[in-house]
Design a protein around this ligand. Sequence first.
Ligand code: PLP
Length: 437
Amino acid sequence: MIWYNLSVERIPHLHRACKAPADAFNKKGSFLWKTWKKVVYLDNAATTPCAPEALEMMVKALSGACGNPSSHYSVGYEAKEFVDTGRAQVAKAINASPAELFFTSCGSEADNWAVKGTAFTKARQNKKHLITSAFEHHAIMHSMAALERMGFEVTYIKPTAEGYIRPEDVEAAIRPDTALVSIMMANNEIGTIQPIKEIAEVAHKHGVWMHTDAVQAVGAIPVDVKELGVDMLSMSAHKFNGPKGMGALYCRKGVWPQNLIDGGSQEARHRAGTENVAGIAAMGKALEIATAHLDERMAHESELRDYVIDRVLKNIPEARLNGGRSPRLPNNVNISFPGLEGETILLDLDMHGICASTGSACNSDSLDPSHVLLSIGVPEEIGHGSMRFTFGPQNTMEEAKYLCDVLEEVIPRRRAMSCMWLQGQNTARQFSLKGEQ
Ligand code: PLP
């Protein structure tokens, strides 16, 4: 468990819900309001805590290398050394060459660049049609929508009910004027892993560029760009214990989406702007560590995932798993609890110190039903009662058990107060009584 400093103004009652450690009390035994809250962080798909080694690297780069990596004198070279090392580490982790890697400000920028940049490049050959899936991250969905407003055409492939894109559906959508196929490697809500290698083969058979948004995959499962055969791949450092605000786009040698950010000659003239030296150094370090311990990490996370899925489906009536069980990200659990709103469950979990996310909204500011759950056919009212729990290497089996204990207490208690649930139960009872007659 992680213990964080928190101010009492936010959640005053938490000390009762959690077993606080001895140093959360003063000598007289009173709880120190401004001291401790137990946090069980189960939202690693949203972001991950920065690895101490990555943080150390950031501090080293920020405090040491004061020069601009483009400057031609020693302190500039020193800064460039951090950038070169980070680039080499990231490239090695995905089996790319350093020259094929371009740093961006985040995963969203990498996605925007791949999609819009390719559309602008290919429009010169009159190719103005793009293919994607109906359950991409908004960085892709909204980039596609922006292109549609500019006169491009987009086909959105519907996933199967289990949450997979079928290569044959992609092939059927390809036209002579198709510029790009962009399908995510792992879905950020339901964790299903897509057959990217097969989809890339289909795209290439028809001479079409293939991009994958691998933001949830890099650092979580093996990613080898040569093996996958993709032309472009997006990633984001804060998903693998690196810093927030750092991303990268892999572009296979010879593949050039048009620049979106013009200016200086950084990133081989393809993405202008003075490099985030500390961010790049930390991203490289974080990914080096994540890939070095990948097998261990996957085994650990999938043990927690399977424990939670099995126990919740067994002990909580009508709970249903969203997305197929395999292939699925080792750390992803997405479950619907019919009869409840995800936001209610989220608040209850927060009171028990558990951080998770609703599966019903792609961002916490929106109450719209999740386009991901709708795309796999989850009814809107059930989608609203969905929760996503995502593990990281720092989580323990003790935390997985704690989550299940809390869910087994919270869900029946909330359902007992939920008109939606009680009405549903009555209707089901009436149907079964009629059936018996
Ligand atoms: N793509 C996917 C699949 C994601 O999950 C995310 C972030 O959650 C992004 C893109 C955007 O990445 P970033 O937060 O670095 O902009």
